[in-house]
Write a protein of this length. Structure first.
Length: 588
């Protein structure tokens, strides 16, 4: 039976594909952009914003640049996409550490070009322990996902590359071992790896692995700037793609429970998706049926939503579910994905970042996994100037309603030199949640860490200084990363929840918490990748506003639920599956 919704979305998709073809020929660009004008800005609310973000990277010891491609020009798409970052408590000391990916250059690896692991010194500073941890590696890193795939109590790392992906096993003693080949994840050829996420898709208590490939091509096959119609933007010759290049694909690897994985891409149905350029991958239960689905932001092509069929298979339903295209049926250059409950109705919504001359997009979930594009009515359409990358639906000021954060940066330094209105380095964005379905854009009001211009890509959200608010780690192209310390005033309360699985996977990836405080309820899930190619602090953070306590309901990945009433605010609670709260920590 064809529903009215499916009919409308199908027609919109066909119309969008036709219009995209016209746009591509007319504007000769390799990236989808609807060419929309920004909505008029409304009158400022005048409300104070009690969050200030300050870049403290230098004093924290984050001084090494993230090398990624050429500085003044970019000849190939591999130089412009950049990479992600992660918060990971790799040594289980209760203080999140930092993992920062890196690229290289076309003419070889410059000194200092490596991924970096920074240990949290618990005093606002970090120590680079990359070499000691066994994580020195050069190359074009893309994305990272964090999770305890062997349930030994220590989180492991999987990193995608242009080249060959790598699985690092956490040895539990401060070191990691490359177990890629041993685990059955080795590659026989070069791939352009992109998004990746751990996900217990079959709910057997073991983390499986979903991996995307951005393009089905290699560096030596890429055309040079200006070589064809897909290699110019605004009349300026630029790096080519992604449109005009062979599209990518996705894979799913099932955890065998003995340290190895089996490729079940075909058996699970994920390999049937084709024709798009997949980037960030996020696994979460979008239709509230207790099984994890997978959303993939796709660049300049329809995005994918793989809906879990509960039998080991997925069905790609992005178009009929309303998250493949924009409200007007057009392709967008999807890069980053934020997941959260922005309207406090107990459903996971999606915020996706796109290209310049277009809006980012906010999809509202109806609770059954159907989404409506509410970008215009929410007030997000006031901003079309920048290329959006890392993002999150996160409560920055602890007022009880989640805000939006976006890391931005152009992909064309050549265009910025000729057209000052399209600079390569651009500010970050904060959209403050007004609590009525609308957002208000803030830049200068949110602090110098937001207004400062960089060419940023991935970002991650976590509380590095354990003071009860959400800080932000941001990757910057050919600069040191930014560490945005959040200083919150106003007296709002908060609550953090760390879940520990027993029958469910130890990292509790895919488990969800519903917090009820005052008249509000908010749902969050433990994610293994979101933003852009990045990983957030695994401790779920709820701003509570004026409320001094919350009632918690935990749903583990195996379907088991636990209710914990009247949990006092302003603390971290550790909840073990089947045991309730096993520990509490009050931050300073």
């Amino acid at each position: 039976m064809i529903t009215r919704r499916k009919l409308i979305l199908t027609v919109a998709g066909l119309a969008g594909a036709a219009m995209t073809g016209v746009s591509r020929a007319a504007f000769a660009q390799g990236i989808s952009s609807r060419g929309v004008k920004a909505q008029p800005r409304g009158k400022p609310s005048g409300r104070p914003f009690f969050s200030r973000l300050t870049d403290v990277a230098k004093q924290a010891g984050l001084i090494h640049p993230v090398v990624y491609g050429g500085v003044g020009s970019k000849n190939y798409i591999i130089e412009v996409v950049g990479c992600g970052v992660a918060f990971i408590d790799y040594d289980n000391d209760g203080w999140v550490d930092l993992f920062v990916l890196s690229g290289t250059r076309l003419d070889g690896d410059p000194p200092g070009a490596t991924n970096r692991l920074y240990k949290n010194n618990r005093d606002g500073t970090f120590t680079d322990l990359t070499s000691k941890a066994g994580l020195v590696r050069t190359g074009w890193a893309s994305a990272v996902t964090v999770g305890d795939y062997d349930n030994d109590g220590s989180d492991d790392l999987f990193v995608t590359y242009y080249g060959r992906n790598v699985l690092y096993h956490n040895n539990g003693n401060g070191t990691f071992t490359d177990v890629t080949e041993k685990a059955g994840l080795g590659q026989t050829s070069v791939r352009y790896g992109s998004g990746c996420t751990w996900v217990d898709y079959d709910r057997d208590g073991r983390l499986d692995l979903f991996v995307a490939t951005y393009l089905n091509t290699t560096l030596e096959k890429l055309p040079r700037p200006g070589e064809n119609a897909d290699c110019a933007w605004k009349g300026v010759p630029v790096n080519c793609g992604p449109r005009g290049l062979p599209p990518g694909s996705v894979q799913l690897f099932r955890n065998n429970g003995d340290g190895t994985f089996t490729d079940v891409s075909r058996a699970s149905g994920v390999s049937t998706a084709s024709g798009s350029y997949p980037m960030t991958a996020v696994a979460a239960d979008f239709d509230n049926d207790g099984w994890p689905d997978i959303y993939v932001a796709c660049d300049s092509t329809p995005s994918w939503l793989f809906r879990n069929q509960h039998d080991g298979t997925f069905r790609e339903e992005g178009l009929e579910r309303g998250v493949a295209l924009s409200e007007d049926g057009l392709e967008q250059a999807g890069m980053g994905v934020g997941v959260g409950d922005y309207d406090l109705n107990g459903n996971l919504d999606i915020f996706k970042t796109n290209f310049a001359d277009d809006t980012d997009v906010l999809y509202r979930n109806d609770g059954k996994g159907n989404f409506d594009d509410v970008t215009t009515r929410s007030g997000i359409g006031v901003e079309t100037r920048y290329v959006g990358w890392g993002t999150g639906i996160v409560d920055l000021d602890n007022d009880g309603v989640p805000d939006l954060f976006v890391a931005t940066g152009s992909v064309y330094p050549e265009v910025g030199k000729k057209l000052p209105s399209y600079p390569f380095q651009t500010p970050r964005l904060v959209f403050r949640n007004l609590g009525d379905g609308r957002f208000e854009e803030l830049i200068e009001e949110a602090g110098g860490g937001v207004s400062a211009a960089h060419a940023s890509r991935g970002c991650a959200f976590g509380d590095f200084d354990n003071d009860g608010d959400m800080d932000i780690l941001v990757m910057n192209m050919n600069e040191p990363p930014s560490l945005l310390r959040n200083d919150v005033s106003g007296g709002h309360h908060w609550l953090k929840v760390l879940l520990i699985g027993v029958q469910a996977n130890r990292s509790a990836i895919g488990a969800r918490v519903v917090a009820r405080y005052g008249k509000h309820q908010q749902v969050q899930e433990v994610l293994a990748q979101s933003s852009f190619y990045s990983v957030n602090d695994r401790r779920l953070h709820f701003g509570l506003g004026a409320e001094a306590s919350a009632d918690l309901t935990v749903r583990w990945t195996n379907g088991r639920t636990e209710s914990i009433p009247n949990v006092a605010a302003d603390q971290l609670v550790m909840i073990r599956e089947g045991k309730g709260i096993i520990g509490k920590k009050t931050f300073r």
